[in-house]
Design a protein around this ligand. Sequence first.
Ligand code: COS
Length: 380
Amino acid sequence: MDFSLTEEHIMIRDAARDFARTELLPGVIERDEKQHFPAELVKKMGDLGFLGIMVDPKYGGSGMDAISYVLVMEELSKIDASASVIVSVNNSLVCYGLEAYGNEEQKQKYLTKLATGEFVGAFCLSEPEAGSDATSQATTAIDNGDHYVLNGTKNWITNGGRSDVYLVIAQTDRSKGHRGINAFIVEKGMPGFEIGPKEDKLGIRGSDTHTLQFNDVKVPKENRIGEDGFGFKFAMKTLSGGRIGIAAQALGIASGAYELALKYSKERKAFGTEICNHQAIAFKLADMYTEIDAARHLVMKAAWDKDQGNNYDRSSAMAKLYASKVAMEHTVEAVQIHGGNGFVKEYHVERLMRDAKITQIYEGTSEIQKIVISRSLIKE
Ligand code: COS
């Protein structure tokens, strides 16, 4: 691996850093408190090319690599993980899924709008009884000539109430198991498609999470992605890339908390000196920096694998597993370094601590990442 960034990488990283500091930071506490979806900021991120970073320019994307994507994700997540999950889902679950596996008509109709931010997308796999056990889809899509009839419930859907395009995974033929699963493009407003209440969450409270209900929704045949029965593999392949995005989000949350903790420890005095001069705090900073840098290497390796055309199922799982652990542990340490102030919203670290938890859960829990990693080792 070459660890140096190109000029283009530095440019997009700095653009994301600037945007995060000038646009995301000012209202981030209020959005968290009120669970306010940053619709205006999403538009701006679309204008900056952050919603279709890896998409070919011929479909309206920025045509950049996965390294660029993780650099943007890290910078946005340092300040606002609610905004960065919108970016991550749109980029790696929706845009990537359509670009890699959709047909030309689907790309022209949907991808061109998703990559520019004119549309926002959602990825709908999880169900009340099928989160980790993703082959157990209870949502059905019954073949009915020129369309499928979709029935079922999807849970915890990011961008759930704010999307224009939903990629929905459903069971078409139960007797075929995972080979009977398909992925469909469902549009907002299709008759029978209802958006349930918004979830009241511990963290990433500015992101819009809903239950979705499908009651006899007629989905045209041309909205199926790939061959009949490709839906489960579509979900798995797409999630592998998604996990790189969430790993980068976890990295950003951890490094954002570290930067705040370092700054605070150089200002706050106790026992006659800045607290960074006490070994109890200095050693925490050393551990944080070391482990965050290790997480960064894993995240970059997974992105590099994707850019090189290598298989990245294992490296993305490793990056997500480790970066999310580091995010959880070190946001707690950042709160500890801030003492009483760490418990107060205006210091930001308590929000980062709450936001960190979801990175160990969504797009595959840490336990699922260990299944993916261990199976790939045993298969070798
Ligand atoms: N790429 C391509 N194909 C894959 C794949 C991948 N990354 N992972 C699995 N598959 C294929 C397998 O090869 C198998 O196909 P064949 O029978 O043709 O060989 C098929 O998919 C089923 O795989 P497997 O038998 O491993 O399925 P399991 O039911 O054991 O589940 C896990 C595998 C646990 C890895 C999967 O269910 C999973 O990732 N779950 C978590 C889902 C998730 O992330 N949920 C969060 C929702 S999004 S917020």
